[in-house]
Design a protein around this ligand. Structure first.
Ligand code: ADP
Ligand code: ZN
Length: 430
């Protein structure tokens, strides 16, 4: 059940000893880059032990942007074999370079993750996400190939073709962004097909954007298979940083290759185990562009205790969002995933929603446009009005702000090919 039994289940003491050795090597490697040569001080400074990690400086997205493109490189340019950029969800993209070792290490982590949820070399793996600069494409491609699966580089969009590929080749494992899977399921329906009956799908891998447990359960019901959460970010390679195991009780973060910390985003001090904060990551097996204490801005917590699967790598909880996904409305802090959680519990609600923040008569308002299943519009107006009120009340109970709720027909909300856009803030400059 393990891809690398020794590495995945080694004792905490051995794992930490491995981390300590790799941290020393990583810090020494970092000193080769212009950015860290300056940030770490001269070579005379003693290298830190694991316990002294907190002495090292944080690295932020702004640091990466400020030293674009080559300021973090620690190897000669001729050693580089690939670059990837982040999707640029929150501004200018950042670039990460890899040498051959880095790519092999990354592919191995993805293979390990896939193996851990039951994918095998006998599987047909269809990778439904953008290729090119986005790391989900090539990251899963090489990982699934490393596993030995027949890997279909399907790319994003074109649902008819996706379904045809699934049927022609007997796809058994799909990786996709959760917000796309609802759409894909609709197209199955339009074609008179049911993925539970008309495909050989046996498991799903979903990730790249925040989604609630309720959304996962829905996807699992629609496709009739388990959906496993995959977390990664391009600054830390991409997918294969943390992944659920078959127990679905949090994501094992691969601690032989990354050191995780969870800090209070304001004080930057570690939060007590089990409390939520910002995930900070240090690479331990990267040569071309090692990164120390990277502030991911992703909010999560360590899940205390051991996992029944026997892996010793600590688990993080599903990401609730980035610190900058949070918006403030009428004095309340809200994450889109809180709204999503409520909506996905309502059976009449379809796949999509959009939170619009706007000003009306001098006050801030939150309007939530909610897509309903088509059959809901066949009933009478009174029933719809009741549903509208019920949804508004449930959202108020969750986020403490009463929203306007607007019920819309399927397909009326804007769809994005990549990560879903959940919030439109029209409140203007403030
Ligand atoms: P960008 O930062 O421009 O979106 P990336 O493609 O590197 O570019 O995306 C990484 C980010 O995507 C993570 O920092 C996180 O915010 C989000 N993300 C990735 N996987 C997950 C997941 N399983 N759950 C929630 N958010 C995720
Ligand atoms: Zn586990």
């Amino acid at each position: 059940m393990y891809w690398e039994p020794k590495l995945e289940s080694m004792s905490r003491a051995d794992l930490e000893a491995l981390q300590a050795r790799r941290l020393l090597a990583t810090v020494a490697q970092c000193r080769q880059s212009p950015f860290y040569a300056a940030a770490l001080g001269g070579p005379g400074r003693a290298a830190p032990t694991l316990a002294e990690l907190a002495r090292l400086p944080f690295t932020t997205k702004e640091d990466l942007r400020g030293h674009f493109p080559y300021g973090f490189l620690t190897v000669p340019q001729r050693d580089l074999v690939r670059l990837h950029c982040s999707s640029g969800t929150t501004g200018n993209p950042t670039v990460v370079f890899h040498n051959a070792h880095d790519l092999a290490s990354w592919a191995n982590l993805v293979a390990r993750s896939l193996y851990g949820v039951g994918a095998r070399d006998t599987d047909v793996f269809q990778n439904i996400c953008g290729y090119g600069l986005f790391t989900g494409g090539l990251g899963f491609q090489y990982g699934a190939e490393r596993l030995g699966a027949l890997t279909i580089p399907a790319g994003a969009g074109n649902s008819h073709r996706q379904i045809k590929l699934m049927q022609d080749f007997g796809t058994s494992v799909v990786h996709a962004i959760p917000s796309y899977l609802g759409r894909l399921h609709e197209v199955f329906g339009e074609l008179g097909l049911d993925p539970r009956r008309d495909t050989r799908l046996r498991l799903l891998v979903i990730g790249a954007e925040p989604h609630s447990e309720e959304t996962r359960r829905r996807i699992e019901a629609l496709f009739g298979v388990k959906a496993f959460n995959s977390y990664g970010l391009s600054e830390m390679n991409g997918p294969g940083v943390a992944f659920e195991c078959e127990y679905q009780t949090g994501l094992h973060l691969w601690e032989d290759c990354f050191i995780p910390e969870i800090v209070d985003p304001d004080t930057l001090e570690p939060v007590p185990v089990g409390e939520r904060g910002e995930l900070v990551l240090t690479t331990l097996d990267r040569q071309a562009m090692p990164i120390l204490r990277y502030r991911t801005r992703d909010l999560t917590r360590f899940i205390p205790g051991d996992c029944p699967c026997g892996r010793t790598h600590r688990r993080i909880d599903r990401i609730v969002g980035r610190s900058d996904d949070m918006f403030i409305i009428k004095g309340c802090n809200v994450f889109p995933i809180q709204v999503e959680k409520v909506l996905m519990r309502v059976p009449e609600v379809g796949q999509d929603y959009l939170i619009v923040l706007h000003s009306a008569a001098g006050a801030d308002e939150m309007t939530i446009e909610v897509e309903l299943r088509p059959e809901c519009f066949e009933g009478d107006f009174g029933a719809l009005e009741q549903l509208r009120r019920r949804i508004a009340a449930q959202i108020r109970d969750e986020v403490m702000v009463t929203p306007q709720v607007k019920l819309v027909e399927p397909g009326k909300l804007p769809r994005s090919e990549g990560k879903a856009v959940r919030v439109r803030d029209e409140r203007g400059a403030r």
